[in-house]
Design a protein around this ligand. Sequence first.
Ligand code: FAD
Ligand code: NAP
Length: 307
Amino acid sequence: MAKSYDVVVIGAGPGGMTAALYASRANYSVAMIDRGIYGGQMNNTAEIENYPGFKSILGPDLAKAMYNSSTNFGAEYVYGSVEAIEDLGDTKLVKTDSEEITAKVVIIATGSEYKKLGIPGEEEYGGRGVSYCAVCDGAFFKNKDVVVIGGGDSAIEEGIYLSQITNSVTVIHRRDQLRAQKVSQDRAFANDKMNFVWNSNVVEVLGDENKVTGVRVVNNQTNTEKIIDASGVFIYVGLLPMTKSFENLGITDKDGWIVTDDHMATSIPGIYAIGDVRKKDLRQITTAIGDGGLAGQEAFKYIEAHK
Ligand code: FAD
Ligand code: NAP
């Protein structure tokens, strides 16, 4: 027989853990399902400097502290990958790769994943010089030259992180202005180990069949091509929503982000979405936990109204 909870939260990142805290503190039975370790993207972040209460805190340390809070009132962490949700009216059926779980309310907090560039060599050299996670792989490039592709917060912050380990970091951006927050831009421009290649697209990752040796770059203003030698290629060109498992529900926009109202409710009664997976302007830890608190409270109201 399927296990049954009042509230099932899918994803144990900062959003999901906060929703689990709020719903369990309201005395509901709560399962928080994740296919990886709790913490979500915080596990891929070194220093977090914009989480109130801390001048700076390591991502995994904040993840652990949030996990302790989220389970303090009885919410259970359940390991599993959610493959589908079926809306059965007052009950929702959540199917993981190993079991079926029913819930009165489902809160989707599955976040996002890194977008791929889709250029030759990217897939071939994945794990052999191409990376999407500086915190995970940076140490392999001690005293080596690396490139970072992208101009957003991830590219610039991870570039700064890599500069502490590597010999040099070349940021390659398709425009002549960064998208990253001003404070990060100022730090990057003042960093002796970082240099910038503007108005340029990386068209190929080059290698010697075993490992990355560089990238082929085309200047999109002059159409000139050059090769930049590098041992590592870190790609930060944006995010894609993790919503493949929920496509059948028809709750996403054309790009796959889940659309909600101000109460985090989707168009299906009893199904909420929070954090990065939601269509929103600012994807941060603080906004994910704000969404999570609201959804936890809304779950309470929904269940009370349907008693
Ligand atoms: P996530 O943290 O992405 O968590 C989603 C969870 O859902 C994951 O654990 C995943 O395993 C799980 N999951 C996904 N699909 C399934 C499924 N089908 N079944 C089961 N589980 C599933 N924000 C800041 O405020 N400050 C920073 O300094 C900062 N630095 C960042 C650095 C990088 C490199 C990146 C990429 C992001 C950074 N952010 C930062 C953004 C911040 O990490 C995110 O906004 C935040 O983690 C979003 O939280 P979330 O709970 O919505 O999703
Ligand atoms: P992002 O903000 O979407 O930036 C993606 C970058 O990649 C942009 O500079 C974009 O160029 C470039 N790009 C996109 N597609 C490209 C392509 N095909 N070829 C070349 N370049 C391409 O993504 P992100 O930096 O990963 O950030 C994602 C979210 O997480 C954001 O909301 C961000 O604020 C948040 N985040 C926050 C922090 C923090 O608060 N400290 C840290 C990291 C991430 P254009 O600029 O030309 O569009």
